[in-house]
Design a protein around this ligand. Sequence first.
Ligand SMILES: [Zn+2]
Length: 154
Amino acid sequence: MKQIRFRHQPVDVIPESLEAHVLYVTRDGDVAAHLCACGCGKEVITPLAPTDWTLSFEKRGGATLDPSIGNWAFPCRSHYFIWGGAVVWARGMSEKAIAAGRSRDRARKQKYYEQRKSIDVPRRSSQPDQSSSDSVHRLSIWERLLTWLRSLVT
Ligand SMILES: [Zn+2]
């Protein structure tokens, strides 16, 4: 298969009609767009965020999108990487591997948001509340037991 390369094109907004083999990236860096590398003409919009795709540049100037592009929703179902501007095909990926990739994505997002949570939300001491409610609960059991014992005696 012919080596396909993507040319990186900074834009203010993603144009309505895209050219093949051009990777459009907004200047504010929040979204990239390109036409599916298989040539089917479908637009692939990739949000750029720590939880979605990250774009980096090689010294040679080629753009790398991480992770891979999996166009499962398109009829072509093509799956490829863009590494240093070059398309690297990831063919024959099984449904199982796709599902694994998706759950990895979920785990990645979860991890990201958990990290954010631990930064944004100051640690609160929920421990004393927990134990006090626990002791109240235990007390009520003892109280009930005592009541029951008293009922046996009288
Ligand atoms: Zn395609």
